[in-house]
Write a protein that binds this ligand. Structure first.
Ligand SMILES: Cc1cc2nc3c(=O)[nH]c(=O)nc-3n(C[C@H](O)[C@H](O)[C@H](O)COP(=O)(O)O)c2cc1C
Length: 175
């Protein structure tokens, strides 16, 4: 029986197109993955990439910080870590920030070894789609088998239609 780990970064508070939320769009996407895998009888754990320095609650302030991190090519630190060794399949999710992955997500990918893992990227966005990030993430997961990812619009990820997309996608995915 395969063992899966769902890793994600997601930000709550004020965001584009959804207003003030307590749970971020990508976190809801991740929760739907967990629910589906459990229903399919797959053993699954999660790891949330939590910034040591929280992002500002206001959307504009968050955008300003994200822009600065990108310009400075920073690698923001996150809280704790996870050992990938026990897992066969790694689901890996993030929001699209400036047509790319958030810098904290680069930090996580660069710090871990994915050799021999089954790597399944996913993301949320508000119009850009995955913007080539599945190839970027898959390229950083050196030595992994990279499965087809799924990008869902953030607002839709919060709705029943988003959940249906997740279920359909997992049925087509090697886990
Ligand atoms: C700093 C920042 C930059 C963003 N840049 C983009 C972008 O380039 N393209 C896009 O479609 N959405 C962009 N968005 C919208 C997010 O991708 C979208 O709201 C996502 O669902 C947020 O996920 P989360 O709630 O899990 O953090 C951006 C949001 C933020 C906060």
């Amino acid at each position: 029986m395969s063992k899966a780990l769902v890793i994600f970064f997601s930000r709550a508070d004020e965001n584009y197109n959804v207003g003030q939320v307590e749970v971020g769009n990508t976190e809801i996407f991740a929760n739907n993955i967990v629910e589906k895998l459990k229903a399919d009888g797959v053993e699954v754990d999660t790891f949330k990439i939590v910034p040591q320095n929280p992002y500002p609650a206001g959307y504009d302030d968050c955008v300003a910080q994200a822009t600065s991190e990108r310009q400075m090519d920073e690698r923001p630190e996150y809280v704790g870590d996870v050992d990938l060794a026990p897992y066969d399949t790694i689901f890996f999710g993030y929001p699209i920030w400036w047509g790319d992955m958030p810098m904290i997500v680069y930090n996580f990918l660069e710090k871990h070894v994915f050799t021999g893992k089954n790597f399944v990227p996913f993301c949320t966005h508000e119009g850009s789609g995955e913007s080539g990030t599945f190839a970027t993430a898959g390229g950083l997961a050196v030595g992994a088998n990279v499965e087809a990812g799924l990008a869902i619009q953030g607002k839709l990820a919060r709705q029943e239609g988003g959940k249906k997309q997740v279920n359909y996608w997992i049925d087509q995915t090697r886990v």
